[in-house]
Ligand binder design. Structure first.
Ligand SMILES: N=c1c2ncn([C@@H]3O[C@H](COP(=O)(O)OP(=O)(O)OP(=O)(O)O)[C@@H](O)[C@H]3O)c2ncn1[C@@H]1O[C@H](COP(=O)(O)O)[C@@H](O)[C@H]1O
Length: 125
């Protein structure tokens, strides 16, 4: 199976677990416990990825990253988002250097803060 098919299939399984019994489905249990539990798992799994990466153990990195991706998919389901939403955002960014994007963001921040300090706005306060 290619990557896109794996993600689509996992997404469909997660979606199908919305109404499943939390006693037999881990996904149903997580979704039933709600936002805080779903988000706590993301934090835990992200930390485990960092620890695995620092160990330079390839198998552990793959295993923990799979856990993180899986729990991220559950989090997206919680917010009724799909992996297509993320793929769409990544596609939108394609070809736009992170450095160029950051420079544009910093410039626009500078413009808005200098506008705040502009003498014509002194009476606004
Ligand atoms: N890909 C996964 C998957 N990856 C990880 N996990 C589970 O996620 C949990 C990870 O938690 P931890 O490593 O923190 O272990 P833990 O301390 O036991 O976890 P907690 O007690 O904190 O929940 C483990 O129970 C893993 O088995 C997954 N559970 C399910 N899936 C997929 O989701 C499908 C539906 O699963 P069910 O809803 O259980 O049928 C499965 O068929 C799989 O395709």
């Amino acid at each position: 199976m290619n990557t896109a098919d794996v993600m689509k299939q996992l997404e469909a399984v997660i979606d199908s677990r919305r109404e499943a019994d939390p006693n037999v489905s881990y996904v149903a249990r997580l979704l039933n416990k709600g936002e805080d539990t779903v988000l706590k798992k993301i934090g835990e799994e992200a930390t485990e990825v960092v620890i695995a990466a620092k160990s330079h153990d390839t198998e552990k990195i793959i295993y923990e990253t799979a856990d993180l991706v899986f729990h991220t998919m559950v989090m997206l389901a919680h917010y009724n988002l799909s992996f297509d939403d993320i793929a769409g955002e990544l596609a939108r960014r394609e070809g736009l250097s992170g450095l160029v994007e950051k420079a544009a963001r910093v410039d626009s921040l500078d413009e808005s803060s200098s506008a705040e300090l502009h003498p014509s706005r002194l009476n606004d306060a």
